[in-house]
Design a protein around this ligand. Structure first.
Ligand code: PHE
Length: 331
């Protein structure tokens, strides 16, 4: 009992006295252990009772120690006094940062939201019908070649039975038009996959933003005006651009847009997107009346935009998730 009182009264005010308490009572040569050594001289019939008492003392000491230790730790973390200068900046902690692809995508979204588009999405695992057939790809189109497309299941070319990792975001157009009637004015951001050799310039996955506008009497003029507006908002009002004829199975006529990119060697034209008027065959595949409606579509690469913006010369950096790279995009 004397030892109990001693343990309860021991003065613990700081880390030092806590350690003194530990040495005094709980260490191997402390008083609690010494007490247990007396067990040998206790008469047999009292051993059980005395042992229990001794154990109570041990528990008491251990509990006091734990309690005081916790108290000290808590006091250490927050305790402002009049002498503390609370205007001193705190140590900076790691807060994370937006990925450059997210930053670029957010800007693209903002621009098209301003232009009256909403946002839609679709699955990354697609079937051949949505990814190719409904988009007017003929059965023997080279894009279906194993070299370009990751086939997940191949039973019956061109049907919904064949599964692919989508090679572009255009299949989301098909899903949208099947789901709802025009007018439709949406962008569809998403990840796409192509079975390509991994190099600084190409990767097996990247990101696109698809656009689709379907209504009565949508014109090519509106398409080009929309794309020019996008280029100005994205790259500045003095951006130099050009529009060239091109070909896609799902648009007719088709175009591509380039912007002039200044670099050390003067500069060069860079393709930023493909676009065109929705092909009537696509409308037929989804049951939109191609006599009553017209539409335009476009598709752009997000990775390219982010790489140009930040001078990133290797696409693989976007997917390595190296913290030294990501840290450079703190806002
Ligand atoms: N899907 C095309 C591609 O991946 C881009 C595109 C979209 C072209 C819509 C025209 C219309 O290259």
């Amino acid at each position: 009992n004397r030892l109990k009182e001693e343990i309860e009264d021991f003065d613990i005010t700081d880390a030092q006295s806590l350690e003194a308490f530990r040495l005094e009572y709980l260490s191997r040569n402390g008083k609690v252990q010494d007490m247990f050594k007396l067990m040998g001289s206790v008469p047999k019939d009292q051993k059980a009772a005395v042992g229990k008492l001794m154990n109570d003392v041990k528990v008491l000491a251990q509990e006091r120690f734990n309690r005081e230790k916790e108290k000290l730790e808590r006091a250490q973390t927050k305790q402002f006094g009049p002498k503390d200068d609370i205007t001193i900046p705190v140590e900076p902690t790691y807060t994370g940062s937006y990925h450059p692809l997210t930053i670029a995508l957010n800007e693209i979204k903002q621009i098209f939201l301003r232009l009256g588009f909403n946002i839609a999405d679709g699955p990354e695992l697609e079937d051949d019908f949505h990814n190719f057939t409904a988009l007017n790809f003929p059965p023997d189109h080279p894009a279906r070649d194993m070299q370009d497309t990751f086939f997940i299941r191949r039973n019956d070319t061109g049907s919904k039975d064949d599964l692919v990792l989508r090679t572009h975001t255009s299949p989301v157009q098909i899903r949208l038009m099947k789901e709802k009637n025009p007018p439709i004015r949406s962008i569809m951001p998403g990840r796409v996959f192509r079975n390509e050799a991994v190099t600084a310039k190409s990767y097996f996955q990247f990101n696109q933003v698809e656009g689709l506008y379907v209504d009565r009497s949508v014109t090519m003029g509106e398409l080009i005006e929309t794309l020019v507006m996008f280029a100005r908002l994205m790259y500045g009002s003095d951006v130099k651009y050009r529009v060239r004829p091109s070909f896609f199975p799902f648009t007719e006529p088709s175009i591509e847009m380039d912007i002039w990119w200044n670099n050390e060697n003067g500069g060069q034209w860079l393709e930023i997107l493909g676009a065109g008027m929705v092909d009537p065959n696509v409308f037929d595949a989804v049951g939109v009346d191609s006599e009553a409606y017209t539409g335009f579509a476009f598709g752009m690469g997000v990775d390219r935009i982010a790489m140009l913006r930040y001078g990133i010369d290797d696409i693989r950096l976007l997917y390595d998730n190296d913290i030294r790279f990501l840290n450079q995009f703190k806002l």
